[in-house]
Write a protein of this length. Structure first.
Lengths: 481, 481
């Protein structure tokens, strides 16, 4: 049963930790910075994996698996890459009881080990494109950790593709950030802003990083997925050339893209409340709980509950019955609210007499009287669909209400404590760095969405919020997880 | 296209390597002993995972994820466990640029890290049972590696369960070895012998290890899955006690069980031939390839091929068309035989005129004329079902033909070069060890299957094949992968 969860407006960080622990989503382990993803949390990851994996395959990708270990000399082959990743790696120095001749890094990301294979597989344009994804664990040594959001080990998928032309690579980069956007919006019910990162925020080794950024309930930003155009950087580092159609020789063009278990953290922070988890129905492995009110002829109530559960399951609505007598209905209500089951159905002897049941939506708390009978599955599906849609709309409204356009640095500093700030930037790393130093806010994204660009006039010239110098465009600033 | 594959009767080991490389199932990586599982190989693993995961969930298990790293002190808590595993571990000594206070082992198996969590989760009998499975990568430093069968890193699943009574734990052990057996026989079309390991062959830290053993085409044995009764060993090592129903205090009873990507190696070695991979239809992600013979009105032939593919896919038969003109039909036949597509359908303009197509089964090479029309999907499904069944029967016949009962040590030594040998054993580790030294054969399994026991009189007393001392039972010896 639920331990007490701190209220969001009291201490947002503590609320998050309390929720993750009480709902049994994850635990810290005895290994510094590493988490245990408990069955309730892992079930969310499985739903995410299934949806993403299907979307990857629909866009022509296949899965494969590359080694966990990366020789030190590989990491060193791409200059920016080693600078970015080497300091946060775990290093294996001994194996099979002996000291290794060359140290092995536990992968923080797999570009180098994968390109050492691609080099062997690619001779000609006929071997291209390669469209591979990998589901794997990665390790990045973290000093300050937070369950799901920032841990030393986490689970993710990483796509690594190889192309014959830069145009094809860029197309892939945009296709995959589009897949992530669709996933965030349609499955996670989480609005995101899609766009580019600044040079100082891009992936170590990339030419360009595209991202989707979401707003959490405390107004902070969370990067929910990235797609990198790697140009020919890794092909050059691994001397991977191919024979072109017109018999020339060129380096291969590359992309990589990934999302991780931090999406579970994003999902929690975007939607959940002081009573516990709120899950969009599409990512709930258990969508409906039926709680029979066991009075009068208990067996009859139980039989009705089971009959309804069967009817719902047959229509593809994942339903279970909790008819235990060990806990009271009130206890069960609280427990399944904590666990984020999207719809609760209460069913007592008097309801059965009247031919009805009471459904309660987890997001709004709304209670709806539904008729028992053939139409019930369609009615319940309707509730789930409405919930999925309204959760998105609510989060979008929240983002819009907490997005401010600032024209002075004073305005900027105040607003960035509460949400996203749209402001002009002169395009220099110096202004970007100074703003970060003084406010802890970073440039989250330079939007690439027509709707967003138009709404906030992102491409209108103006003066930089920091330097006062001419600025060609506005960007989105926020503090971030 | 296929490189030349060495014939099995010429050099079985080389045949295996040639096949794995030519069919693009896996590659050695640049990291010693680690493999790259290529998309064709990983697709088999995905089919295996899907079937096993469903079977695990049907038996009440849920998935979770525990850390990759295990503190040295944890591994050391169970005496037999550290003795068995520590010498083959990869060890992380540095993280985030600094030397670690305590070394971290990359998990060779997860009993210790998982029981350090279970200790926190279990207080009372009401917290039991815990029925958790994990899909993960593990590392065991190997000196001599072989793709899929023995690599430093491999993928697997490991179930770890916690119970209130020894009876319940033993029931779980038998349930899961039963699941593996069903999977091996019904999905992999691979007959197995289920039974117990001797003390010297059991898992380091287990009370009892149950296994399934399969015969490869060279007569060697391959352990295809294990299920361990861990007794209270790990609960004691981690001081994990629980309040019993009658308010007593007891240590928790444990099991663990696993199968790994070595099953892909088993699948290849059990069924494939000199032309390439032979896959049981249930584990083929692509079950039917349609190869249109592009003569006459090519577009009409293509349209027919696509129409048939659509009809088959709609009936759940995974079908694709290769209508490229870059390669000849003959080239395609060889390529898809190499890749192990279970059924090939050839379709030319004259076939269409006659209202037929020619289907070829990958396992037997048999060609069957099928009528085009509504019945076609059912006919093709019939071929796939027959193939699945006959592959199992063929492998079973092979095992029976290569199983010998030996009554003298001379007979034994000759027979064990070719297949399984059933012989009396006096039950001492000394005889077992001597036989291993002299012949390289080990006791693979003490069968627990009524049918097998009866057929070979496994429980009849006799004299030990090695010592001549009284022996209470026969056991199965073989050389093994």
């Amino acid at each position: 049963m639920a331990d007490k969860i701190t209220a969001r407006n009291e201490d947002y960080s503590q609320w998050y930790i309390d929720l993750v622990r009480s709902a049994k989503l994850a635990d810290y382990s005895d290994v510094r910075g590493c988490m245990v993803i408990r069955p309730n949390g892992y079930a969310i990851w499985e739903k995410m994996q299934a949806a993403l994996d299907r979307m990857f395959k629909e866009t022509g990708h296949v899965n494969a698996y590359f080694p966990l270990f990366i020789p030190e000399s590989f990491i060193a082959k791409e200059a920016e890459h080693i600078e970015g990743f080497a300091p946060e790696c775990a290093v294996v120095t001994h194996g099979g009881g002996e000291e290794l001749a060359e140290k092995l890094y536990v992968r923080p990301t797999s570009e180098t080990i994968i390109w050492s294979s691609y080099k062997k597989w690619i001779q000609s344009y006929r071997d291209l494109p390669i469209l591979i994804n990998q589901w794997a664990n990665v390790v990045r040594w973290e000093m300050r950790t937070r369950l799901f959001l920032r841990t030393t080990e986490f689970l993710w998928q990483e796509g690594h593709t190889a192309h014959a032309t830069p145009e094809e690579a860029q197309e892939e980069v945009m296709r995959m950030i589009g897949v992530y956007r669709t996933f965030a919006e349609e499955y996670m019910a989480m609005p995101v802003i899609m766009g580019r990162k600044t040079d100082s925020e891009k992936f170590a080794g990339a030419e360009e990083t595209y991202c989707i950024e979401a707003m959490m309930q405390d107004g902070k930003a969370l990067q929910a997925g990235t797609s990198h155009n790697l140009g020919q950087n890794f092909a050059k580092a691994f001397d991977c050339q191919f024979q072109t159609k017109d018999s020339g020789l060129d380096y291969v063009w590359a992309t990589s893209w990934g999302v991780s278990t931090r999406l579970i953290g994003a999902l929690i922070m975007a939607h959940s409340d002081d009573r516990g988890l709120v899950l969009p129905p599409k990512l709930a492995s258990r969508q409906v709980v039926i709680i029979p009110i066991l009075r009068g002829d208990k067996e009859e109530v139980r039989a009705h509950a089971r009959f309804i559960a069967k009817a719902l399951n047959q229509k593809g609505i994942a339903t279970f019955v909790d008819d235990s007598e060990q806990n009271s209905p009130g206890w069960k209500f609280a427990e399944y609210e904590l666990q984020g089951i999207p719809v609760r159905i209460e069913l007592g002897p008097r309801d059965i007499e009247k031919g009805i049941c009471i459904a309660a939506r987890r997001d709004s708390g709304e209670k709806i009287e539904l008729q028992l009978g053939e139409e019930l599955p369609a009615e319940v599906q309707g509730l789930l669909d409405a919930m999925q849609k309204e959760m998105y709309q609510k989060a979008l409204r929240f983002r819009e209400e907490n997005t401010v356009e600032a024209t002075t640095y004073e305005e900027f500093k105040e607003a960035v404590e509460k949400g996203f700030v749209i402001a002009h930037w002169d395009g220099t790393p110096e202004s970007e760095e100074k703003i970060k130093e003084e406010t802890k806010a970073t440039i989250r994204v330079m939007p690439e969405e027509a709707g967003y660009i138009e709404r906030y006039g992102m491409h209108e010239p103006g003066t930089c919020i920091y330097s006062g110098n001419p600025a060609a465009r506005k960007v989105v600033f926020a503090k971030a997880y």
